[in-house]
Design a protein around this ligand. Structure first.
Ligand SMILES: Nc1nc2c(ncn2[C@@H]2O[C@H](COP(=O)(O)OP(=O)(O)OP(=O)(O)O)[C@@H](O)[C@H]2O)c(=O)[nH]1
Length: 354
């Protein structure tokens, strides 16, 4: 279909560009620490009681952790789809069914949300009880290894589970803190965080690992688009924004953002902002800010809603899709408050985080 062709052509272009840039500069994404971490993980994998593979809920297939393919006999394994706040709920249900059919135990979570993490903790504890009951385990200590590609949120999840697990077990003492960062490759060593007592449950947070070379160009562009696994600088930001808008323009996601359109009264939005900022204040001490409450995110969502809903072209046609994307670039510059004298090469990546 012509409309899809804008998205897929751009995806291919981005993927190939990433691969070329990576091979030309011999940088790829396989940092030296990944080689050391790989052997440390491979040594420990058969020794842990449970493996939790963390994937990005938006791209659960593309964020597969390749290392686990070498351990087909590893039965004690769960697939945790993190960042569900950024994923399409309907698609997520489909992915849950898909993983169940693959004989995996799937779970969806938002590691920035306390209730969601509590749900995961209960789920993990139930798995641990199952292990103990089935006589798979006799010791007082259970270890769970968190594995995944870079930036899927392993450390964020480890911190939240550690914090909630310690509080619910009534344990005092200083909390540990794994490094969380929007840049990939920040976790360089394996660290252990306690998340439960009776039995003691320890999480091993591991550095994110990607395959040394990614041959599939479209996979490269998906990893680049979801922002994180592949380092900035290898990707042409403008192409990435076009790819993102082409995908967004083809789905119904924007309809949810009518409330951010310029037609909604400013008063309603102010009231909404004040309620959410009170909520935010309460949560801020323990959890990172929920990006969906950011006024710029509201403006960006409003701009996207306005441009798509007022567009009367045929998105099946490539030229119309490009016309809409051009109109969106103008509207988004305003939403991001980009001064008029700043040229075309603005960092378009910020739109991806909205
Ligand atoms: N929206 C959203 N962001 C998340 C979530 N979990 C983590 N993040 C963000 O994703 C980014 C990466 O999180 P990390 O915990 O550092 O990821 P990691 O997998 O440990 O990364 P590496 O150290 O590269 O292996 C950070 O900016 C987090 O705040 C989530 O559930 N929702």
């Amino acid at each position: 279909m012509a409309a899809n062709s804008v998205a897929s052509k751009t995806a291919r272009k981005i993927g190939i560009a990433v691969q070329k840039a990576a091979s030309r500069n011999k940088v790829w994404w396989y940092d030296p620490h990944m080689a050391a971490a790989t052997s440390a993980i491979v040594q420990r994998l058969p020794l842990v009681d449970l493996v939790a593979e963390i994937r990005d809920a938006r791209i659960p297939l593309s964020s597969e952790y390749e290392l686990l393919r070498n351990f087909p006999s590893l039965s004690r394994r769960i697939v945790v789809m993190n960042k569900i706040d950024l994923a399409d709920p309907t698609q997520l249900k489909g992915w849950m069914r898909y993983f169940e059919q693959q004989d995996c135990i799937p779970y969806g979570v938002n590691s920035h949300n306390k209730d969601s993490v509590k749900g995961l903790l209960n789920f993990v504890q139930a798995q641990v009880r199952g292990l103990c009951k089935g006589n798979h385990h006799s010791s007082e200590t259970i270890t769970i290894m968190l594995v995944g590609i870079p930036n899927v949120g392993k450390s964020a999840l480890a911190n939240s589970l550690h914090q909630i697990g310690r509080i619910s077990a009534g344990e005092k003492g200083k909390l540990k803190h794994a490094t969380v960062s929007p840049q990939p490759g920040e976790t360089k060593d394996i660290s252990s965080l306690k998340i439960g007592s009776h039995p003691n449950i320890y999480l091993l947070d591991t550095p994110g690992i990607l395959p040394r070379i990614v041959h599939d160009a479209e996979l490269c562009s998906k990893l680049a688009l979801t922002g994180g696994a592949i380092r900035d600088g290898l990707i042409e930001q403008k192409e990435l924004a076009v790819y993102f808008l082409a995908i967004l323009n083809l789905c119904d996601q924007y309809k949810k953002w009518a409330k951010f359109s310029t037609n909604q009264s400013r008063l309603d939005r102010k009231e909404e902002a004040s309620i959410s900022s009170k909520l935010e204040m309460r949560q801020k001490k323990q959890y990172p800010m929920d990006h969906t409450q950011d006024p710029i995110v509201h403006d960006v969502r409003g701009a996207i809603f306005n441009t798509i809903s007022s567009f009367d072209g045929n998105l099946e046609l490539e030229e119309d899709m490009i016309k809409l994307i051009k109109a969106q670039s103008v509207a988004l510059r305003a939403a991001f408050h980009v001064p008029e004298d700043v040229g075309e090469n603005v960092d378009n990546k910020s739109v991806l985080s909205c």
